[in-house]
Design a protein around this ligand. Structure first.
Ligand code: ZN
Length: 334
Protein backbone atom coordinates (compact mmCIF):
# COMPACT_ATOMS: atom_id res chain seq x y z
CA UNK A 1 0.00 0.00 0.00
CA UNK A 2 1.49 3.39 -0.91
CA UNK A 3 1.90 6.12 1.70
CA UNK A 4 -0.14 8.36 -0.62
CA UNK A 5 -3.25 6.35 0.16
CA UNK A 6 -3.12 7.39 3.84
CA UNK A 7 -1.87 10.96 3.47
CA UNK A 8 -5.15 12.50 4.71
CA UNK A 9 -4.92 10.62 8.00
CA UNK A 10 -1.14 10.66 8.54
CA UNK A 11 -1.35 14.47 8.46
CA UNK A 12 -3.47 14.25 11.63
CA UNK A 13 -1.27 14.90 14.68
CA UNK A 14 -3.29 12.21 16.50
CA UNK A 15 -1.97 9.58 14.06
CA UNK A 16 1.11 10.74 12.14
CA UNK A 17 3.42 8.33 10.32
CA UNK A 18 4.05 6.47 13.57
CA UNK A 19 0.35 5.83 14.14
CA UNK A 20 -0.09 4.65 10.57
CA UNK A 21 2.75 2.18 11.03
CA UNK A 22 1.10 0.84 14.19
CA UNK A 23 -2.17 0.35 12.31
CA UNK A 24 -0.33 -1.54 9.58
CA UNK A 25 1.21 -3.85 12.18
CA UNK A 26 -2.10 -4.50 13.96
CA UNK A 27 -4.40 -7.52 13.86
CA UNK A 28 -8.08 -6.94 14.62
CA UNK A 29 -10.78 -9.54 15.25
CA UNK A 30 -14.32 -8.57 14.24
CA UNK A 31 -17.00 -10.87 15.61
CA UNK A 32 -20.15 -10.76 13.47
CA UNK A 33 -20.31 -9.48 9.88
CA UNK A 34 -23.78 -7.97 9.75
CA UNK A 35 -24.22 -4.23 9.30
CA UNK A 36 -22.26 -3.23 12.41
CA UNK A 37 -19.37 -5.65 11.84
CA UNK A 38 -19.02 -5.14 8.10
CA UNK A 39 -19.11 -1.33 8.34
CA UNK A 40 -16.46 -1.55 11.07
CA UNK A 41 -14.36 -3.92 8.96
CA UNK A 42 -14.56 -1.68 5.90
CA UNK A 43 -13.51 1.44 7.85
CA UNK A 44 -10.52 -0.36 9.38
CA UNK A 45 -9.49 -1.98 6.08
CA UNK A 46 -9.52 1.45 4.42
CA UNK A 47 -7.61 2.93 7.40
CA UNK A 48 -4.74 0.49 6.74
CA UNK A 49 -5.12 -2.04 9.56
CA UNK A 50 -2.68 -4.80 8.61
CA UNK A 51 -4.75 -7.87 9.34
CA UNK A 52 -8.48 -8.36 9.80
CA UNK A 53 -9.98 -11.58 11.12
CA UNK A 54 -13.71 -11.92 10.46
CA UNK A 55 -16.01 -14.42 12.17
CA UNK A 56 -19.67 -14.88 11.28
CA UNK A 57 -21.96 -17.87 11.47
CA UNK A 58 -24.81 -16.81 9.21
CA UNK A 59 -25.63 -16.20 5.55
CA UNK A 60 -26.59 -12.91 3.86
CA UNK A 61 -30.36 -12.37 3.71
CA UNK A 62 -32.31 -9.95 1.57
CA UNK A 63 -33.52 -8.19 4.74
CA UNK A 64 -29.89 -7.27 5.56
CA UNK A 65 -29.34 -5.22 2.41
CA UNK A 66 -31.00 -1.98 3.57
CA UNK A 67 -28.24 -1.35 6.10
CA UNK A 68 -25.11 -3.21 4.94
CA UNK A 69 -23.06 -1.26 2.41
CA UNK A 70 -20.59 -4.08 1.80
CA UNK A 71 -23.11 -6.61 0.43
CA UNK A 72 -24.97 -6.63 -2.88
CA UNK A 73 -28.09 -8.61 -3.91
CA UNK A 74 -25.77 -11.23 -5.51
CA UNK A 75 -24.47 -12.06 -2.02
CA UNK A 76 -27.86 -13.28 -0.73
CA UNK A 77 -27.38 -16.88 0.46
CA UNK A 78 -23.57 -16.60 0.78
CA UNK A 79 -21.91 -16.93 4.19
CA UNK A 80 -21.46 -13.35 5.49
CA UNK A 81 -17.83 -13.83 6.56
CA UNK A 82 -16.86 -15.09 3.09
CA UNK A 83 -18.81 -12.37 1.21
CA UNK A 84 -17.40 -9.62 3.46
CA UNK A 85 -13.82 -10.92 3.06
CA UNK A 86 -14.18 -11.01 -0.76
CA UNK A 87 -15.42 -7.41 -0.91
CA UNK A 88 -12.73 -6.21 1.52
CA UNK A 89 -9.97 -7.82 -0.56
CA UNK A 90 -11.09 -5.59 -3.42
CA UNK A 91 -10.97 -2.55 -1.12
CA UNK A 92 -7.43 -3.35 0.08
CA UNK A 93 -5.77 -5.80 -2.32
CA UNK A 94 -2.66 -6.12 -0.14
CA UNK A 95 -4.46 -6.21 3.23
CA UNK A 96 -4.55 -9.55 4.97
CA UNK A 97 -8.11 -10.72 5.57
CA UNK A 98 -9.00 -14.04 7.19
CA UNK A 99 -12.56 -15.30 7.48
CA UNK A 100 -14.15 -17.99 9.63
CA UNK A 101 -17.64 -19.23 8.80
CA UNK A 102 -18.31 -20.28 12.35
CA UNK A 103 -19.92 -19.50 15.66
CA UNK A 104 -17.45 -17.89 18.05
CA UNK A 105 -17.57 -20.56 20.73
CA UNK A 106 -15.09 -21.17 23.53
CA UNK A 107 -12.48 -23.02 21.44
CA UNK A 108 -12.41 -20.53 18.57
CA UNK A 109 -12.42 -17.53 20.94
CA UNK A 110 -9.51 -19.01 22.94
CA UNK A 111 -7.63 -19.58 19.67
CA UNK A 112 -8.25 -16.21 17.99
CA UNK A 113 -8.39 -13.60 20.78
CA UNK A 114 -4.76 -13.96 22.01
CA UNK A 115 -3.56 -13.46 18.38
CA UNK A 116 -5.03 -9.95 17.96
CA UNK A 117 -4.53 -6.47 19.41
CA UNK A 118 -8.25 -5.74 19.79
CA UNK A 119 -11.67 -7.39 19.37
CA UNK A 120 -14.63 -5.48 17.91
CA UNK A 121 -18.34 -6.13 18.30
CA UNK A 122 -20.60 -6.95 15.36
CA UNK A 123 -22.77 -9.30 17.39
CA UNK A 124 -26.53 -9.65 17.60
CA UNK A 125 -26.72 -11.53 20.90
CA UNK A 126 -25.54 -11.07 24.45
CA UNK A 127 -24.45 -14.65 25.12
CA UNK A 128 -21.51 -14.29 22.76
CA UNK A 129 -20.69 -10.79 24.10
CA UNK A 130 -20.34 -12.21 27.61
CA UNK A 131 -18.05 -14.93 26.23
CA UNK A 132 -15.96 -12.30 24.38
CA UNK A 133 -15.78 -10.28 27.62
CA UNK A 134 -14.54 -13.33 29.57
CA UNK A 135 -11.90 -14.30 27.01
CA UNK A 136 -10.65 -10.73 26.51
CA UNK A 137 -10.39 -10.01 30.25
CA UNK A 138 -8.67 -13.38 30.78
CA UNK A 139 -6.03 -12.66 28.13
CA UNK A 140 -5.78 -8.88 28.71
CA UNK A 141 -6.94 -8.02 25.16
CA UNK A 142 -9.03 -4.83 24.74
CA UNK A 143 -12.47 -5.10 23.15
CA UNK A 144 -15.22 -2.65 22.30
CA UNK A 145 -18.82 -3.40 23.25
CA UNK A 146 -21.20 -1.95 20.66
CA UNK A 147 -24.92 -2.63 20.24
CA UNK A 148 -27.66 -1.19 18.02
CA UNK A 149 -31.46 -1.33 18.06
CA UNK A 150 -34.26 0.65 16.42
CA UNK A 151 -32.97 4.27 16.15
CA UNK A 152 -30.14 4.13 18.71
CA UNK A 153 -26.98 2.39 19.78
CA UNK A 154 -24.30 2.40 22.44
CA UNK A 155 -20.61 1.66 22.65
CA UNK A 156 -17.98 1.29 25.39
CA UNK A 157 -14.35 0.19 25.19
CA UNK A 158 -13.32 -2.52 27.64
CA UNK A 159 -9.64 -2.14 28.50
CA UNK A 160 -8.62 -4.97 30.85
CA UNK A 161 -6.81 -3.56 33.87
CA UNK A 162 -8.05 -0.02 33.17
CA UNK A 163 -11.74 0.63 33.76
CA UNK A 164 -14.88 -1.52 33.72
CA UNK A 165 -15.77 -4.64 31.74
CA UNK A 166 -19.15 -5.62 30.28
CA UNK A 167 -20.18 -7.32 33.54
CA UNK A 168 -19.43 -4.16 35.51
CA UNK A 169 -22.02 -2.48 33.24
CA UNK A 170 -24.51 -5.37 32.97
CA UNK A 171 -23.74 -7.90 35.76
CA UNK A 172 -26.06 -10.60 34.41
CA UNK A 173 -27.60 -11.22 30.98
CA UNK A 174 -31.25 -10.18 30.66
CA UNK A 175 -33.80 -12.98 30.75
CA UNK A 176 -34.79 -14.25 27.29
CA UNK A 177 -37.46 -12.00 25.77
CA UNK A 178 -36.73 -9.06 28.12
CA UNK A 179 -34.88 -7.10 25.45
CA UNK A 180 -36.51 -6.64 22.02
CA UNK A 181 -34.55 -7.85 19.01
CA UNK A 182 -33.86 -6.13 15.67
CA UNK A 183 -36.58 -8.29 14.09
CA UNK A 184 -39.15 -7.02 16.61
CA UNK A 185 -38.02 -3.42 17.12
CA UNK A 186 -36.51 -2.86 13.65
CA UNK A 187 -33.31 -1.02 12.86
CA UNK A 188 -32.81 2.33 11.15
CA UNK A 189 -30.25 1.81 8.36
CA UNK A 190 -27.79 4.57 9.37
CA UNK A 191 -27.64 3.45 13.04
CA UNK A 192 -25.15 0.58 12.59
CA UNK A 193 -23.08 2.80 10.27
CA UNK A 194 -22.86 5.53 12.92
CA UNK A 195 -22.04 3.15 15.76
CA UNK A 196 -19.51 1.32 13.57
CA UNK A 197 -17.82 4.70 12.96
CA UNK A 198 -17.65 5.39 16.72
CA UNK A 199 -16.35 1.88 17.41
CA UNK A 200 -13.76 2.05 14.60
CA UNK A 201 -12.54 5.47 15.81
CA UNK A 202 -12.09 4.07 19.34
CA UNK A 203 -10.23 1.09 17.88
CA UNK A 204 -7.86 3.35 15.89
CA UNK A 205 -7.23 5.45 19.01
CA UNK A 206 -6.43 2.34 21.07
CA UNK A 207 -4.24 0.82 18.33
CA UNK A 208 -2.12 3.96 17.91
CA UNK A 209 -1.50 4.03 21.65
CA UNK A 210 -3.92 6.42 23.36
CA UNK A 211 -6.45 4.04 24.93
CA UNK A 212 -6.80 5.94 28.23
CA UNK A 213 -9.13 8.55 26.64
CA UNK A 214 -11.91 5.97 26.29
CA UNK A 215 -11.62 3.96 29.51
CA UNK A 216 -15.10 3.47 30.98
CA UNK A 217 -16.75 5.91 28.59
CA UNK A 218 -20.19 4.72 27.49
CA UNK A 219 -21.58 6.66 24.54
CA UNK A 220 -25.29 6.44 23.77
CA UNK A 221 -26.45 7.89 20.45
CA UNK A 222 -29.99 8.22 19.08
CA UNK A 223 -29.97 9.04 15.38
CA UNK A 224 -33.67 9.96 15.26
CA UNK A 225 -33.65 12.60 18.00
CA UNK A 226 -29.99 13.50 17.50
CA UNK A 227 -29.40 13.06 21.20
CA UNK A 228 -25.92 11.93 22.28
CA UNK A 229 -24.89 11.16 25.84
CA UNK A 230 -21.56 10.10 27.29
CA UNK A 231 -21.39 8.69 30.79
CA UNK A 232 -18.51 7.23 32.72
CA UNK A 233 -19.01 3.69 33.99
CA UNK A 234 -17.12 2.70 37.11
CA UNK A 235 -15.49 -0.61 37.70
CA UNK A 236 -17.67 -2.78 39.97
CA UNK A 237 -15.55 -4.02 42.89
CA UNK A 238 -17.68 -7.17 43.09
CA UNK A 239 -17.48 -7.96 39.35
CA UNK A 240 -17.10 -11.74 38.96
CA UNK A 241 -15.18 -11.31 35.68
CA UNK A 242 -12.64 -8.47 36.01
CA UNK A 243 -12.73 -8.48 39.84
CA UNK A 244 -12.72 -12.14 40.91
CA UNK A 245 -11.48 -13.41 37.47
CA UNK A 246 -14.24 -16.03 37.46
CA UNK A 247 -14.95 -16.65 33.77
CA UNK A 248 -18.41 -18.16 34.00
CA UNK A 249 -19.31 -17.86 30.31
CA UNK A 250 -16.11 -19.68 29.36
CA UNK A 251 -16.82 -22.42 31.84
CA UNK A 252 -20.47 -22.98 30.89
CA UNK A 253 -21.15 -22.10 27.24
CA UNK A 254 -24.74 -22.65 26.09
CA UNK A 255 -25.46 -25.11 23.24
CA UNK A 256 -28.39 -23.07 21.99
CA UNK A 257 -28.36 -19.31 21.51
CA UNK A 258 -31.46 -17.22 20.81
CA UNK A 259 -30.55 -14.85 17.98
CA UNK A 260 -32.04 -11.64 16.66
CA UNK A 261 -35.65 -12.38 15.67
CA UNK A 262 -37.41 -15.73 15.77
CA UNK A 263 -34.28 -17.79 15.40
CA UNK A 264 -32.08 -20.04 17.46
CA UNK A 265 -28.56 -21.29 16.83
CA UNK A 266 -27.65 -24.89 17.68
CA UNK A 267 -24.00 -25.80 18.20
CA UNK A 268 -23.27 -29.52 17.77
CA UNK A 269 -21.48 -31.63 20.31
CA UNK A 270 -17.82 -32.20 19.43
CA UNK A 271 -17.21 -33.75 16.01
CA UNK A 272 -20.58 -32.75 14.61
CA UNK A 273 -19.52 -32.37 10.94
CA UNK A 274 -22.36 -32.87 8.46
CA UNK A 275 -22.30 -33.80 4.76
CA UNK A 276 -24.76 -31.15 3.58
CA UNK A 277 -25.34 -32.88 0.20
CA UNK A 278 -26.28 -36.15 1.93
CA UNK A 279 -28.52 -34.25 4.31
CA UNK A 280 -30.22 -32.43 1.41
CA UNK A 281 -30.95 -35.78 -0.24
CA UNK A 282 -32.35 -37.13 3.03
CA UNK A 283 -34.53 -34.09 3.79
CA UNK A 284 -35.64 -33.49 0.18
CA UNK A 285 -38.73 -35.74 0.40
CA UNK A 286 -39.88 -33.92 3.58
CA UNK A 287 -39.94 -30.42 2.14
CA UNK A 288 -37.84 -27.87 0.31
CA UNK A 289 -34.12 -28.62 0.73
CA UNK A 290 -31.24 -27.24 -1.31
CA UNK A 291 -27.53 -26.59 -1.02
CA UNK A 292 -26.14 -23.23 -2.14
CA UNK A 293 -22.69 -21.76 -1.39
CA UNK A 294 -21.89 -24.89 0.64
CA UNK A 295 -24.80 -24.34 3.04
CA UNK A 296 -28.03 -26.38 3.28
CA UNK A 297 -31.35 -24.56 3.56
CA UNK A 298 -34.43 -26.69 4.30
CA UNK A 299 -38.03 -25.89 5.18
CA UNK A 300 -39.34 -28.37 7.70
CA UNK A 301 -42.41 -28.24 9.96
CA UNK A 302 -42.82 -24.51 9.35
CA UNK A 303 -39.22 -23.73 10.34
CA UNK A 304 -36.30 -22.77 8.10
CA UNK A 305 -33.14 -24.71 8.90
CA UNK A 306 -29.77 -23.41 7.70
CA UNK A 307 -27.15 -26.12 8.27
CA UNK A 308 -23.40 -25.51 7.92
CA UNK A 309 -20.77 -28.20 7.16
CA UNK A 310 -19.41 -27.93 10.72
CA UNK A 311 -22.75 -29.26 11.98
CA UNK A 312 -24.00 -25.95 13.28
CA UNK A 313 -27.54 -24.92 12.44
CA UNK A 314 -29.64 -21.79 12.60
CA UNK A 315 -33.33 -22.52 12.99
CA UNK A 316 -35.53 -19.62 11.87
CA UNK A 317 -39.21 -19.20 12.59
CA UNK A 318 -38.76 -20.71 16.06
CA UNK A 319 -38.10 -18.70 19.21
CA UNK A 320 -38.19 -21.58 21.72
CA UNK A 321 -34.68 -23.08 22.04
CA UNK A 322 -36.10 -26.46 23.13
CA UNK A 323 -38.25 -26.73 20.00
CA UNK A 324 -35.28 -25.72 17.82
CA UNK A 325 -33.08 -28.31 19.53
CA UNK A 326 -35.77 -30.96 19.02
CA UNK A 327 -35.99 -30.18 15.28
CA UNK A 328 -32.19 -30.33 15.04
CA UNK A 329 -31.98 -33.64 16.89
CA UNK A 330 -34.74 -35.14 14.79
CA UNK A 331 -33.63 -34.05 11.33
CA UNK A 332 -29.92 -33.14 11.42
CA UNK A 333 -28.12 -35.09 14.15
CA UNK A 334 -30.09 -38.33 14.20
ZN1 ZN B 1 -15.97 -6.16 35.36
Amino acid sequence: MTARRFVRQTVLPELGEGGQQKLGESSVLIVGCGALGSHTAEILARAGVGRLVLVDRDVVEESNLHRVSLFTPEDVGRPKAEAAADHLRRVTPDGRIASHIAHLGVDLAEELVPQVRIVLDGLDNLDTRYLVNDVCVKHGVPWIYTAVLATYGMTMPVLPGNGPCLRCLFPVPPTPGAVPTCAEAGILGPVPAALAALQAASAIRILVGTPELGAGKLVHLDLWTGRAEATTVDRAPSCPCCGARRFEFLAHPPRTTALCGDSVQIVPRRGGAVDVQDLAARLGPLGQARVAHGVLVAEIEGALLTVFPDGRAIVKGVSDPNRAQALYDQYVAR
